[in-house]
Design a protein around this ligand. Structure first.
Ligand code: NAD
Length: 490
């Protein structure tokens, strides 16, 4: 029996769990190590002889809430890793995730506190942090100091000060730290950045960007405390929470989070910076932001919940592009699900819409476009797909009008109407769970100790964190905030 099997073998939860676990063990044994080769270690010494690049990475999850669960699910098919420990102060959440880990990986140790986990789990390689944002900085520092590779969820911190500390912790320890802006590793987004924008310039000069995350009240309402699952007040106080409501709905209170503009905007405003940055170079940052918003609905009145932080924000960024100014509008609303969430780039030769949800996946050609798009549908894999009739879920432009325009509009020379745009589909596909690709990148870099290979190093995430959180400065003063170079330095 291989040492890997010995280490992993503890009683599984059920007979079906056993067979699943056996499959998983075989999977680990056969596919981890070289990616293509078959690993047939038969003794501990055989394992010891392997290079570190061949090891099964031991992984701990800290924070077993909604996102912790997603990270675990998105890691399921990644070879060469084994979750061995989970940590959470909330037994209800921790136990559920621990049972899943045990089922999939054969054994698990549960911890309430990260300090104890790091002290006892000496042979851990990686720590995934999916706790409320205010804990990211201290937990990341602890894990890096313990020599672990860290994958920490976005938003990297709820204050710029804490975000800065994370950059410092990485620099001081020289550790590997990936921030969970998973679009950086998504093949569909990479196709847009590398092929559509940078290599082929299909949109021409991009003058505007737009992003939104609209979520209706049914998705935004605060979580209710389920009777019998409450943490007692001494426990809440010990871990820094004022009460159970805030513990569950931490993202709407400044002590723990930074509101929807940070929670959801973190992903999309980061894309404004990322789309026009070159791989390996620091992320592009805006020159100014003007923002407005407020707690207009969740104000605690008439039985509604109370959010301390704005439940809606609208922000306008300005970027200095090489060809001139580029403006980006962002909105996050928690009172309507209208048109969901997506990012849009608008250039003089074309526009595109993309979302992590692949329902938004279109690119439109302006009549004045100078480049030929057809050859890019023939590449392998295709950059574009010519499928106007099969382009589903278009929100705006239609390849053909779906209703007959009134006569007064039906004048070819009428300057009020643009010609219909030619609709294409973005070519790349990403069948895996959105976080999968980012985790693959992280584990690969952790295995090879390749900090430069990370798709979202902490320095990039820091720039996006500052970009987002400075909205609050503008909202406070009502004036445009002009970024200073030192805002983005550590
Ligand atoms: N990348 C993404 O797409 C994405 C999506 C959702 C959330 N997130 C991020 O993931 C993180 C977690 O969000 P969530 O939605 O899972 O929140 P959640 O409230 O569902 O889960 C947080 C978990 O952390 C635990 N926790 C709190 N204090 C702790 C402590 N001191 N030690 C250990 N565990 C503690 C809680 O008990 C809870 O189980 C946040 O940073 C959030 O921004 C990222």
């Amino acid at each position: 029996m291989s040492s890997i099997m010995t280490e992993a073998t503890t009683s599984p939860t059920s007979t079906s769990g056993l067979s699943h676990f056996m499959d998983r063990r075989n999977f680990i044994r056969t596919s981890v190590l070289t990616g293509t080769g078959v690993y047939l270690a038969t003794s501990k010494s055989a394992v010891a002889q392997q290079t570190s690049a061949d090891r099964v990475l031991k992984v701990a999850l800290v924070g077993c809430g909604a996102q912790g669960e997603r990270l675990l699910g998105a890691s399921k098919d990644i070879p060469g890793i084994q979750f061995t420990a989970v940590c959470d102060i909330f037994p209800m959440k921790r136990r559920g995730i621990a049972a899943r880990v045990k089922y999939t990986y054969g054994s698990v140790t549960e911890y309430t506190e990260i300090e104890e986990m790091l002290a006892k789990e000496k042979d851990l390689d990686c720590v995934l942090i999916a706790t409320p944002d205010f804990l990211h900085a201290p937990f990341t520092r602890l894990a890096l100091q313990a020599g672990k590779a860290v994958y920490c969820e976005k938003m990297m911190a709820n204050t710029i000060e804490n975000a800065r500390d994370m950059v410092k912790a990485q620099r001081e320890t020289g550790g590997l730290l990936q921030i969970g802006h998973q679009r950086h590793s998504n093949p569909r987004y990479i196709n847009v950045r590398e092929n559509i924008l940078q290599k082929n310039g299909l949109l021409g000069r991009v003058t505007h960007m737009y992003g939104q995350w609209n979520r209706g009240v049914s998705a935004s309402v605060p979580l209710e405390v389920k009777k019998g699952t409450e943490l007692d007040s001494a426990t809440l106080t010990k871990y820094g929470y004022d009460n159970m409501e805030q513990f569950l709905n931490w993202r709407f209170f400044s002590k723990y989070g930074a509101g929807p503009i940070s929670d959801l905007g973190a992903h999309q405003i980061d894309m404004f910076n990322w789309f026009f940055s070159e791989k390996g170079k620091p992320l592009v940052t805006p020159v100014s932001v003007i923002a407005t918003g407020g707690t207009d609905y969740y104000d605690g009145k008439d039985g509604r919940a109370h959010f301390e932080l704005p439940d809606n924000v609208m922000a306008m960024y300005e970027y200095q592009g090489s060809e001139g100014i580029r403006r980006a509008y962002y909105q996050v609303l928690t009172t309507t699900g209208s048109q969901g969430y997506y990012e849009k780039l608008m250039g003089i030769e074309g526009s595109l819409v993309i979302s992590e949800s692949p329902t938004s996946n279109s690119i439109y050609k302006e009549p004045n476009a100078t480049k030929r798009w057809d050859p890019l549908a023939e590449t392998n894999p295709p950059v574009l797909a010519r499928s106007a009739l099969s382009v589903h879920n278009k929100l705006w432009e239609k390849p053909k009008p779906w209703y007959r325009a009134p006569k007064w509009m039906d004048v070819k020379t009428d300057s009020r109407e643009s010609k219909a745009l030619e609709a294409w589909e973005l070519g790349a596909v990403a069948p895996g769970l959105p976080h999968h690709y980012h985790l693959v990148n992280f584990f690969e870099c952790a295995r090879t100790k390749n900090i430069a290979g990370l798709n979202c190093p902490v320095e990039d995430a820091f720039r996006s964190c500052v970009t987002v959180l400075k909205c609050y400065e503008s909202m406070k003063t009502g004036a445009k905030y002009v970024f200073k170079p030192e805002d983005f330095t550590v």
